[in-house]
Design a binder for this molecule. Structure first.
Ligand SMILES: [Zn+2]
Length: 302
């Protein structure tokens, strides 16, 4: 298969009607053909989780479904511009609503695949609570969400062969959540990393496990990849993995030093907030720094 480099912008959605009206509005969302028949829809600011879809000769594989059915339908429009083939598989990289609350639009694929902990997190009262949490963000269209958990789950890994594509779904350990998977595309030397990688922004770490997250990134870094497709921010090369890993290592060692000096959580936030803001001044979502410190502090203190 001919490998093609990043950034062939195929089309641009402009949500002009939303501009300047809603705080989370997207200036635009691009559909980027990362490789032939492998497309990633990349957002700008706000609820900016990416969706990747792969058009095989047998049908389409969708990885992550966005935050509302309305957003998921926009993905479907992008798919239908390119093919009438059926949706074969839908994959959730983890349970967070900005990756799963569009699942109902892809129910026709029959299979929604994820790590087993994703099903647990979206079933019953846990799923309802997560939806209520997302409703506090006042995102239009949340009332249309019917929480739709994955119906095919695995524990460590599974493989999909569809048309000319071979996908390896791997849950190495916990990281961003307790049910992350990343998707390897060995023939393309590519990885779809889920939220284990945020490119150019501070990650949400509220459900994270810092040590295991570093372990997962270490594994990815040592694979033979040239292309990394994160679920927040643009795709790129291996430096994206390295930047994310170094951030977590840095965070961990800074927080550990403070704890060794007997600092309280509030004191650690006061001391490290400015340091991290300056060191990563080009990164977006700086409001997450305190939460990142807190999660790391709790993990080290346990
Ligand atoms: Zn997430």
């Amino acid at each position: 298969m001919v490998r093609k480099k990043l950034q062939i912008v195929v089309s641009v959605w402009v949500f002009a009607g939303l501009l300047n009206i809603l705080p989370w509005a997207q200036a635009d969302a691009k559909t980027v053909e990362v490789f032939p028949n492998v497309f990633t829809i990349v957002h700008g600011e706000g609820i900016d989780s990416n969706t990747t879809f792969i058009i095989t000769t047998e049908g389409v594989i969708v990885i992550d479904t966005r935050v509302t059915p309305a957003e998921a339908k926009k993905v479907m429009v992008e798919i239908r511009k390119r093919t009438e083939l059926p949706i074969l598989y839908t994959i959730n990289t983890h349970y967070h609503g900005d990756h799963t609350f569009g699942n109902q639009v892809f129910r026709g694929s029959k299979t929604i695949i994820a790590h087993k902990n994703v099903r647990r997190a979206l079933m019953g009262s846990a799923g309802k609570e997560h939806l209520e949490f997302f409703k506090t963000f006042k995102i239009p269209g949340m009332d249309e969400v019917t929480v739709t958990p994955p119906n095919m789950v695995f524990e460590k890994s599974m493989e999909i062969y569809a048309g000319e594509y071979h996908l390896q779904l791997i849950h190495l350990c916990r990281g961003h959540t307790d049910g992350d998977l990343f998707v390897l595309l060995p023939a393309l030397k590519a990885v779809i990393a889920g939220d284990l990688i945020f490119n150019g922004q501070f990650s949400y770490m509220g459900n994270g496990y810092v040590d295991e997250w570093i372990e997962a990134l270490d594994y990815m870094e040592n694979q033979d990849f040239e292309m990394v497709i994160p679920c927040h921010g643009d795709a790129g090369g291996k430096p994206i993995i390295i930047a994310m890993k170094h951030y977590l290592l840095n965070l961990k060692s800074l927080v550990r030093k403070q704890i060794e000096n007997g600092a309280s959580l509030e004191k650690v936030k006061e001391a490290l907030g400015p340091v991290l803001r300056e060191k990563y001044e080009s990164w977006g979502k700086q409001k997450r720094i305190d939460g990142n410190i807190e999660r790391t502090y709790m993990e080290i203190s346990l």
